[in-house]
Ligand binder design. Sequence first.
Ligand code: FES
Length: 176
Amino acid sequence: MSDLYDEIRDVAAQYPVRRSAVLPALRLAQDHYGWLPPQAFRDVAEALELTPAYCQSVASFYDMFHLEPVGRCLIEVCTNISCALVGAQAVLEQFENELGITAGQTTADGEFTLRTVECAGGCGWGTVVAIDHRYREHVKADDVGGILSELRGAEPVGVGRGPGVSEDGAVGDGAA
Ligand code: FES
């Protein structure tokens, strides 16, 4: 059995019902592959004694799971109402202009994936931009160039981690 199988089984052992571990198991698989290819669902299904279709259906519900490959760095701009009122569209367009892509795309060099999200839960601090799920707050269009300069060549935080989950797996506030 693979290391991933063993990791998932270890996590599942912490739950009274094995299938309840499907979310952390999917996260482990995403950390392993960088996204969730069909093999990831087969791996999770085997370890939890579920079907791959069930695992895929769960993953498809959550933005934090990547059903397609993403770039080395994932940039998510909140465009929901509170952020929209303080300039989220201008922030998004600046990212699009500087990266030469539109939301939903990845740059040709595989460095950046740009997406929009519906409310990142930081409505009082818009515009919120998540970089590999770590939040930047009060982002203005003028900040975009500096953010991209900072990110180019920087080590990725790890796109498989969910909001507020630190390098050691502890759950925090998600602040950058
Ligand atoms: S609307 Fe942007 S964080 Fe809620």
